[in-house]
Ligand binder design. Structure first.
Ligand SMILES: Nc1ncnc2c1ncn2[C@@H]1O[C@H](COP(=O)(O)OP(=O)(O)O)[C@@H](O)[C@H]1O
Ligand SMILES: [Mg+2]
Length: 607
């Protein structure tokens, strides 16, 4: 029993803490539409006072009617005015309600837009490390999905204001008549509130714990129905397996949801009965007073109405409040996401990146491991590359080639050691300016489901509207032949996501990615296995002019093809995070070391 109580207390604490998230969200709301917020709040205040006014008017109508019944022939002269007033109040209430809905709907649009924009803006500032961390990814996912769902909560906040004012106005009447009556109400409604809100909290905990499960389910669904996986799913006959996995996981989810829903049904019903007891107890008291002649019929109606209203408002207020507190828990994810700060950022008074680069890059005793891992990926690495130099990086999979590139592009900072550009630590340079100097196509480059034009243009977004520059870059990477094949030329939609899109082969996508690199007006060009999907002949075609195309720039080329690698001025063999050997193709072959062995192995395949 004690542990249940403890859990309750903890749940409540967590919930109250979550309410701290409200002010920043309210600021977001206010900034997304000040006029609308002002209108929605003021209209609610007016609307909140209508119920008590209507009760008050009907009290006089009823007393007038009762006295007319007692004195046949007598018609009170104000009764029609009162009826008219009642009508006007009712009509005003309806119109106000609709106007409030209108404001809320408009606000919801504005709010979800501004939150989505904030999320995109914030995501853009975060480190690559954050995106490569699965637990952060959960937070991002929840923030993204739920941000727009929180509109219901803002609506609830407005309702809370309205219900609060209505409650105060109605209960004022009850309290003035008898404070005990009101105490009775609170006493009966409070348990319902506590119970309901605790169950709602359990609902949140359940939803929260299901996030990873949801991700798994989504993935299974993608695997079972996606284009990427269709070939393997068919050939390996995986459909049944995937279906069963999905069925068994969803079975568990449904069981947990069901047990919670059942609890809600039982506990909720019992507590609601308690709430009704409070009201009918008070009502009986009022009826007794009227029978004793101590209340007029009008007063009875007014007080009974106020009592019923207070009872209802109190319940509504409690449940609205609880739902806000629960929703606020979801905001924790959003705020947690906004609270993630990038570690890789500009120092104050950062230097502009040198243009032109004079001395080049230097890795000085650079060691690196990925956050949350133990294994050293680069260890005490020393490396230099001078302007105009073309260096090939070779090595087996997992030796740290891509990681090396991530460090050079300052997507990560070294764990120890330094990377210098023209003798100055990379961290001293303005980050965006540094990125502007670097054109890199990663191994897992993007295939944008966008028109061909944008697939190239994103390499240097300022040139998106310069078709000549785009075509020139396409010609360098040999993507031009593909563009010529399209009836819409550069406007051809690529990928299968959107209507009219054409899918490309791996090698063709790669040529578009290369075009991005060539479009970029960068001093350093890095190609990480850019030709893995090209056959030997296509690769030869693509790189025939490599020397000419990289004239005057630094280039780092990662490849497993020695025909390409030997075009570089220098070859660096990376092994277990260190440089094992370096030199020209001829020197390395002559040395008869690691490189020579790899080269011999590949060459023998062609003999
Ligand atoms: N984001 C990451 N988090 C943790 N470990 C990683 C991450 N990326 C790569 N690794 C690990 O770092 C090592 C080097 O990877 P990588 O630089 O991609 O090698 P290469 O490009 O030479 O094949 C590998 O063991 C890989 O598993
Ligand atoms: Mg790699």
């Amino acid at each position: 029993m004690n542990s249940v109580l403890d859990a309750q207390v903890r749940a409540w604490r967590e919930r109250m803490r979550a309410l701290k998230n409200l002010p920043p969200v309210l600021v977001l709301l206010w900034n997304s539409g000040r006029l609308l917020v002002t209108a929605a709040v003021s209209l609610r205040i007016v609307s909140a006072l209508i119920p008590v006014s209507m009760l008050w008017v009907s009290r006089f109508i009823i007393d007038d009617a009762v006295s007319a019944v007692r004195h046949p022939g007598y018609i009170p002269d104000d009764i029609w005015w009162l009826v008219a007033a009642e009508f006007l109040l009712g009509a005003a209430g309806s119109v106000l309600g609709r106007t409030i809905d209108y404001c809320d709907a408009r606000l919801a649009d504005e709010f979800s837009r501004s939150v989505s924009l904030r999320i995109m803006e914030h995501a853009a500032t975060l480190d690559l490390a954050s995106f490569e961390d699965p637990s952060f990814y959960d937070v991002l996912e929840r923030a993204r999905v739920q941000a727009t769902d929180r509109i219901a909560m803002l609506h609830a906040l407005g309702t809370l204001v309205e219900q609060g004012i209505t409650l105060v106005s109605l209960s004022a009447a009850v309290i003035l008549f008898s404070p005990l009556l009101f105490a009775l109400l609170v006493f009966c409604v409070a348990p319902a509130f506590l119970g309901e809100s605790h169950l709602a909290f359990l609902g949140y905990s359940l939803a929260h714990s299901l996030t990873p499960v949801r991700r798994e389910l989504d993935y299974l669904r993608v695997l079972a129905t996606g284009k990427e996986s269709a070939k393997e799913v068919k050939v390996f006959g995986l459909a049944g397996y995937l279906r069963d996995q999905f069925a068994s996981i969803t079975g568990g989810v449904i069981r947990r949801n069901r047990s919670l829903a059942r609890k809600r049904l039982w506990v909720g019903s019992l507590l609601a009965i308690l709430g009704s007891l409070g009201y009918y107890g008070g009502y009986t008291f009022l009826v007794v007073r009227t029978l004793q002649g101590r209340l007029s019929v009008g007063e009875l109606t007014f007080l009974a109405g106020a009592l019923a209203g207070s009872n209802r408002q109190l319940q509504l207020l409690f449940s609205t409040f609880a739902s806000i507190a629960d929703q606020a828990l979801f905001l924790t994810d959003l705020m947690q996401f906004f609270a993630v700060r990038p570690r890789i950022r500009c120092v104050p008074r950062a230097l502009p990146a040198p243009r032109p680069i004079r001395d080049g890059f230097e890795f000085r005793q650079v060691s690196f491991w990925y956050p949350q891992t133990e294994r050293l990926v680069l260890s005490d690495l020393d490396f230099r590359i001078a302007p105009g130099e073309r260096v090939a990086l070779v090595g087996e999979n997992g030796q740290g080639k891509t990681t090396f590139v991530k460090l050079l592009a300052r997507l990560y900072d070294p764990t120890s050691g330094q990377i210098l550009l023209d003798g100055v630590d990379l961290r001293e340079y303005h980050l965006e300016d540094l990125h502007r100097q670097i054109g890199v196509i990663f191994q897992d480059f993007m295939r944008y489901d966008l028109p061909a034009r944008e697939n190239i243009g994103v390499g240097q977004i300022e040139q998106l509207h310069d078709p000549r520059a785009l075509l020139r870059a396409a010609s360098k990477s040999r993507a031009l032949e593909i563009v010529h094949r399209f009836p819409d030329g550069l406007h051809q939609m690529l990928g299968r996501r959107f209507e009219g899109g054409v899918d490309l082969s791996g090698g063709e996508w790669q040529k578009f990615a290369l075009a991005r690199a060539y479009l970029r007006d960068a001093q350093v060009l890095i190609l990480d296995e850019p030709t893995a999907s090209l056959d030997a002949l296509a690769e030869y075609e693509v790189f025939r002019r490599f020397t000419e195309l990289t004239e005057g720039r630094m280039a780092i080329l990662i490849s497993h093809r020695f025909s390409t690698v030997r075009m570089c001025d220098r070859i660096v063999v990376l092994e277990a995070g260190r440089i094992r050997e370096e030199g020209t193709h001829r020197q390395l072959v002559a040395r008869g070391g690691r490189y020579a062995a790899m080269f011999e192995l590949q060459a023998s395949n062609y003999r």
